[in-house]
Design a protein around this ligand. Structure first.
Ligand SMILES: Cc1cc2nc3c(=O)[nH]c(=O)nc-3n(C[C@H](O)[C@H](O)[C@H](O)COP(=O)(O)OP(=O)(O)OC[C@H]3O[C@@H](n4cnc5c(N)ncnc54)[C@H](O)[C@@H]3O)c2cc1C
Length: 165
């Protein structure tokens, strides 16, 4: 996966930039699209990228205008490897193939490690993505505190619910 970060000159109002994400698929059969893509010669591949994700992060950032009044200009094409400090640039962590969801693997990917006081957190101890990373944080905090933080969250939810009703 490669990201292109483009900075456009002007405000979101000038440029009519929406605060949204676009997932652009060129085929309804993703497996077929990927197989075709990876088997293409390099020169043709750029014309047949199977999936594009287009977002406008600055339009979602309430501090953007203060930090970059009028819009600064920059254009970069980085891979995820140096940006995320991920050795193979895998922004969604461990490969989510069938092996990853095998019960033995699921049971062994946990916050506790064989090294005393070394705990693991983030998406790789739960599942990929921001929500997976958040759950990984909760599991890791629970392991360190030896306390089920999910119970605390449930109690908090009940208290908030009671206050509202
Ligand atoms: C462009 C992009 C778009 C994405 N969009 C979505 C989306 O729409 N929805 C979604 O759910 N997920 C999305 N993701 C994935 C999401 O960002 C990850 O799943 C999530 O951030 C994983 O969280 P984490 O805490 O496990 O790891 P990370 O967020 O990668 O955190 C790991 C941290 O460790 C630091 N680090 C690494 N090595 C070292 C070291 N040696 N010393 C000190 N620090 C180190 C890294 O700099 C990083 O800050 C996207 C990712 C990218 C790159």
């Amino acid at each position: 996966m490669t990201s292109v970060f483009i900075c456009l000159r002007g405000t979101k109002e000038d440029l009519h930039l929406p605060s949204t994400n676009y997932y652009v698929y060129y085929d309804t059969d993703m497996d077929q699209a990927m197989e075709r893509y990876v088997s293409m010669p390099r020169e043709e591949a750029a014309e047949h990228i199977p999936l594009l994700f287009i977002a406008f992060p600055s339009t979602k950032d309430p501090t953007w205008e203060d930090r970059f009044p009028g819009g600064e200009c920059d254009c970069r094409i980085p891979t995820h490897q140096p940006v995320l400090a991920a050795p193979r640039g895998a922004c969604y962590g461990a490969d989510h193939d069938l092996g990853r969801v095998h019960p033995r693997v699921m049971a062994s990917l946990r916050a506790q490690s064989p090294i005393t006081n070394l705990y693991l957190t983030g998406q790789d101890i739960f599942t990929c993505g921001l929500v997976g990373a958040l759950q990984g944080g909760l599991l890791c905090s629970s392991a360190i505190l030896k306390w089920n933080l999910y119970s605390d969250l449930k109690d908090l939810d009940s208290r908030i619910w009671a206050q509202k009703n």
